[in-house]
Structures are given as C-alpha cells and as structure tokens.
Design a protein around this ligand. Structure first.
Ligand code: ZN
Ligand code: FE
Ligand code: FE
Ligand code: ZN
Length: 271
C-alpha cells in the first residue's frame, strides 16, 4: 500500500493507541514507508482564544520524547517499514519565530503545514468549537484558513500542505467563487514554494465524506506540477491507510500517475 505520512500518536492526548500500534498496522497493510506527523505543541505560551479543556495537546517539553519514540521505532522496525520522523505544525503568524526555532532544533524529516486556527485566534478545528462556527462565519473560516495556507507557503518553513480545504467539513461556503479563488491562490503559493500537497483521507471519516482537497483542486495542483503524498490523519491505529484506494483513484483522475516518497527520492506508482 502507498505510504501514509500523516499519523498521530497518543502523545497529542486526543489520539488512541500507542505509536507501536500504528506501526504494526502499517506493516500489516504492507506499507514500505510511513511517517509520524503528530501535532507540534503551541509555543511561547500562545494559545487559541476560548478556554479549551486541558489535556488535548502535547507539551513543548515532551517533543524530545516524541522524537526519541519515533526514532526508536524506526530502528526497531527498519527491516519491515521505513519510518519517517515528521511533524504537523500549525501556521500561527504570532509564533512564527518560535516555530522556526523549534523546527530547526529537531531532526524532523518533513513538516506538514496545517491551519487549525484562523485569524482572531479562533481554533475552528477543535471539537468543542463546533457550536461557535456559525457565529464566526463559515465563509470567513474558509477564506481565512486558505489565506493562512498561502502565507504558510510563503514562509518556506513547511514541506507539505496539510488538508487544504478541510473547512468544508463544517459546511460548504456561500460565496463559492471567492473561496475557490482563495484556494487557487494558496495552491499557487504551494507550487512556488516547491511544496507537496497532501491528499488527506481524514475527510472520508467526516459526514462530508471525501478526502481533502476537492477533486477540482487536485486537478489544479496537477496542472501546477505540485507533487502529492497521501495521509490518513490517523488518530486511531485502524485509520492508517484508510481510504487510500479512493484517494489514489482521485489522484489518478486528476492526472497523477505517482505520489512522492518522503522516505527516499523515489516516486511511488499509484495503483
Ligand atoms: Zn489531531
Ligand atoms: Fe491537521
Ligand atoms: Fe493531523
Ligand atoms: Zn488534522
């Protein structure tokens, strides 16, 4: 099976199963490579607005343990699967310097840039925020999150654009044209930065029921020459590789024949 480069661990406090459980699952599926990309903690004392329950994120002083854990598993399972050390980093303009410094400090082999917090520190992706989405404005969430992805690309800090249009899981925007234009702008920035785009099958586990990003955006990405990787955004061991047949079919339909490997220079042929 195609490599899965978006796998969380219980260290982020909102995922189930040990890191080893995720590795075992990938091995059982016959993956030759896999990448852990747990959430980078919020840094410098910065937090999204609104009181969230404690205990849903890794603490900055636990990053060492995360790296040690993944590196240990990589050594132990070297004969079975190539385990790549990644991280999913929020793009937070306010803590960009701290983020750059921490990313520099650790031997991460790739960084997924994601947007879970939009302007005005609204953590729209957090389950407890569901009731406040309408107040904030759904279109505003779409537009701000896409513009943040454009800005993230322009920093040059991130290698992979994570779940590009995932705001859609909360509903389709009213002004589809404006949102499509913002997505195109973000994709052009992703291309200009030489980044890779993630097809994130986490969307298949939401009521919306399709991977991120939308097929039209995948076609645009293909026309822009942006390489792809697949990621399940696994928060449970069984999520590893989930929906990869569907994701591969969508990538094929968009014109792709291969996906990138983050474990080597080779491409992986899409089934
Ligand atoms: Zn998560
Ligand atoms: Fe994410
Ligand atoms: Fe994730
Ligand atoms: Zn995610």
């Amino acid at each position: 099976m195609i490599a899965d480069y978006h796998i969380h661990t219980s260290m982020c406090r909102h995922a189930e199963g040990t890191a080893r459980d995720y590795v075992e699952r990938a091995v059982r599926l016959g993956m030759r490579a896999m990448g852990f990309a747990d959430h980078l903690p919020f840094l410098g004392g910065w937090e999204p607005r609104y009181d969230l329950s404690d205990d849903w994120a890794m603490r900055p002083d636990e990053l060492d343990d995360y790296v040690t854990l993944v590196q240990g598993l990589a050594r132990e399972y070297a004969a079975d699967v190539r385990i790549v050390l990644g991280i999913e980093a929020d793009f937070i303009p306010e803590t960009l310097e701290e983020t750059a410094a921490v990313l520099d400090q650790y031997p991460f082999e790739y960084v997924i840039g994601s947007v879970h917090v939009v302007g005005d520190r609204f953590g729209f992706d957090h389950p407890e925020m569901e009731g406040r989405l309408a107040d904030y404005g759904l279109d505003r969430i779409h537009l701000e999150s896409l513009d943040l992805m454009r800005q993230a690309a322009e920093t040059g800090l991130f290698h992979v654009a994570g779940h590009l249009d995932h705001a859609v899981k909360f509903g389709v925007p009213e002004d589809r044209e404006a949102v499509a234009a913002a997505a195109s702008t973000a994709l052009r920035a992703v291309a200009a930065a030489g980044m890779t785009l993630e097809v994130n099958t986490g969307g298949l586990r939401k009521p919306f029921g399709r991977p991120f990003p939308a097929p039209a955006l995948l076609r645009e990405a293909h026309d822009l020459g942006i390489p792809l990787v697949l990621g399940s955004d696994a928060h449970r061991p069984d999520d590893v590789g989930h929906g990869f047949d569907a994701a591969a079919a969508l990538a094929r339909a968009a014109g792709y024949a291969t996906v990138r490997s983050l474990a080597s220079d080779e491409q992986e042929e899409l089934p």
